[in-house]
Design a protein around this ligand. Structure first.
Ligand code: SIN
Length: 299
């Protein structure tokens, strides 16, 4: 069987299929379970400097081809999550801590206080005032936050980018200038749903972020644009549900991929994607390296 191990953004991964932030990342046990189910790395739910309750409910609604969420970054704070990370490490794969803040200094403070194998900077949540894309849509702030965390920490820094922008490449270039080891594309698309019986927006926060199959073509295009210009690796996320989706995202230029919403089908999705990808490479007599960015070389 072809080797699926890969070195991406400063981490050695036994395979390129990771658990995305936000899904099953709230406890060490669920992160560990994802690793045992085959994930090559796991990303925690986003952690801030103080506990947050998140937005009022409903916080999640299923829509056509995806999920709409406005969780509002609920978390117990990084100070109360170190034990969960230690538990997650028992899964034997890198544990990447997703972190958020309202300023470069707040991000850096968390990076100084939390131990993880890498940090993924959430500069892209589309529905939390003062956080996420409210900073991450400005290239100068992306560069400043990345630089501050890089200076505060010795582990790899990944920057998760927002698609809610006219030009995601500008944001990727800013992360690279700030010293990022990789960019992660994409977070959810800002979206809403309305109950037609009552006329009320369904989510407690009125609007939220759309994930799942509906956003995959946006993610593929973003990864393609970023990987054609950046020198650092691009990690693809957004609507990946099957091994065919994973192949497509890697062909677009992703060095590895993350799976989130598809986990609604259960932990078995890791094994399905990994074995399908492996069989595909064997059938085509290709390596992961051959596959990565193939679409860019063909155009
Ligand atoms: C949340 O926890 O509110 C979602 C995080 C995100 O969209 O980045």
């Amino acid at each position: 069987m072809p080797s699926l191990s890969v070195h991406v953004g400063g981490l050695d991964l036994c395979n390129p299929v990771l658990l995305a932030a936000g899904i099953l990342g709230t406890t060490g046990a669920s992160l560990c379970r994802a690793a045992e189910a085959g994930a090559g790395g796991v990303v925690t739910k986003s952690l801030g400097s103080v506990p947050r309750a998140g937005h009022p409910g409903p916080t999640i609604v299923q829509v056509e081809c995806g999920l709409l969420n406005a969780m509002g970054l609920p978390n117990p704070s990084y100070r109360d999550f170190q034990d969960e990370i230690e538990t997650a490490r028992k899964g034997g794969v890198p544990v990447i801590a997703s972190i958020f803040g309202s300023s470069a200094e707040e991000f850096a403070q968390i990076a100084r206080g939390l131990r993880a194998d890498a940090f993924e900077l959430n500069l892209s949540c589309p529905h939390a005032e003062k956080y996420g894309s409210e900073l991450g849509r400005y290239p100068d702030l992306v560069e400043a936050v990345t630089g501050a965390v890089k200076a505060a920490s010795s582990v790899p820094i990944w920057v998760k980018l927002t698609p809610n922008t006219a030009d995601i490449l500008e944001l990727g270039l800013a992360a690279q200038r700030g010293g990022a080891d990789a960019v992660v594309a994409i977070n959810t698309l800002k979206a809403m749903a309305i109950d037609i019986e009552t006329g009320y927006p369904i989510l407690g926060n009125r609007f939220g972020g759309l994930s799942g199959q509906a956003i995959k073509p946006v993610a593929v295009r973003s990864v393609y644009d970023l990987s054609s210009r950046l020198e650092i690796p691009v990690i693809g996320v957004g609507g990946i549900t099957t091994w065919e989706d994973a192949v497509e995202m890697i062909m677009a230029g992703a060095s590895c991929i993350q799976v989130g919403t598809a986990l609604m089908k259960g932990y078995g999705v890791f094994e399905e994607i990994i074995s399908g990808l492996s069989r595909y490479l064997e059938r085509k007599s290709m390596t992961l390296e051959d596959l990565c960015g193939m679409a860019g070389r063909r155009s």
